[in-house]
Design a protein around this ligand. Structure first.
Ligand code: MN
Length: 317
């Protein structure tokens, strides 16, 4: 992804929270363990070890890579189902081709986001294009699972292709932070992604040595996952580095600081908690065990959709 900093662009500035704003403390910092997903691509489990009640309305987040693949190594997922939530894929480096059984699909690359509502059920695949499998290359992205409220778990599937050019670029008032607002609202500005419940998802780059404060809705939870670099988070300026997740306590502002030499690159996300029971099994997230049994049965009976005959397939060199 091209290097862009707030002070190289003339951007709309986010108003700094007023003197009465309470900067949220950091409640916990956890380090994401490494694992593998799909057909074997390396991930970090960003939310591992954190109670769902603190993540709500989010369920799961993987950082894909960052990895420099040799020729022949890039891989993604094969066709698989989902029901009851939304999957969000944000690509910083590398490319995924995406296709689903509901007619959605596209190319996700260079800062683009694919926001897929599985709702009542869908099958999909995310796989690197043949050319990239053959060449190898850098691969870095985020996959986020956003829960749906009980009343909307069975909505019709929806596909939002949010190109990098559609993302709302903003800067902090002092120019020290660049904000790519992907979905929801931040300081009265709105990102392109439509959500079923109030949610804000942003990728924030804090310049080296900068200290910035962003407004944050008091009714939302607040999470920050460090993609690269190092710095500090929260009112107490807690040190964090790449691969760490901070869960913030209550307040109405978020303080972020970039380390003197590297700066800080973070995913910042939050939303109004659903506070509903979560029953999860593999790719299905419902409210009750009976609904999970139904989901498995519906999938096995082909009621979540069928793989198109001429659909994408993983490319094996
Ligand atoms: Mn999936």
């Amino acid at each position: 992804m091209p290097a862009v900093t707030a002070d190289t662009l003339s951007l709309t500035k986010i108003e700094t929270p007023g003197p009465d704003a309470v900067s949220r403390p950091v409640r916990s910092v956890t380090t994401a363990p490494r694992g593998h997903e799909g057909l074997g691509f390396p991930v970090r489990r960003a939310f591992a070890g954190v109670d769902l009640s603190q993540l709500d309305p989010f369920l799961h987040m993987d950082e894909m890579g960052e990895v420099d693949y040799a020729p022949g190594e890039p891989r993604g997922t094969d066709w698989h189902p989902h029901r009851g939530f939304e999957t969000v894929t944000y690509m910083l480096d590398g490319t995924f081709l995406h296709q689903d059984s509901h007619g959605g699909g596209g190319v996700i690359t260079d800062g683009a986001t694919q926001w897929m509502t599985a709702g009542g059920g869908i099958l999909h695949i995310e796989t690197p294009p043949e050319q990239l499998v053959l060449s190898g290359g850098r691969f870095h992205g985020i996959q986020l699972w956003v829960n749906l409220p009980a009343a909307q778990k069975m909505v019709a599937p929806r596909y939002q292709n949010l190109e990098a050019a559609n993302v709302q670029l903003l800067s902090s008032a002092d120019g020290g932070a660049l904000v790519r607002l992907i979905a929801g609202e931040l300081g009265g500005h709105r990102g392109p992604g439509a959500t079923y419940t109030p949610i804000t998802v942003a990728h924030v780059t804090v310049s080296a040595g900068a200290q910035t404060t962003l407004p944050w809705p008091p009714g939302f939870n607040a999470l920050a996952y460090v993609l690269s670099g190092a710095g500090t988070l929260g009112a107490e300026r807690r040190p964090v580095e790449a691969g760490q997740l901070a869960v913030f306590g209550p307040g109405d502002a978020l303080s972020l600081g970039g380390s003197r030499d590297r700066g800080l690159d973070v995913m910042v996300l939050g939303g109004r908690p659903l506070r509903e029971p979560v029953a999860a099994y593999g790719p299905f997230v419902m409210n009750t065990r009976a609904e999970l049994v139904q989901a498995v049965d519906d999938f096995q009976s082909g009621r979540l959709g069928r793989v198109p005959e001429d659909g994408l397939r993983p490319f094996h060199p």
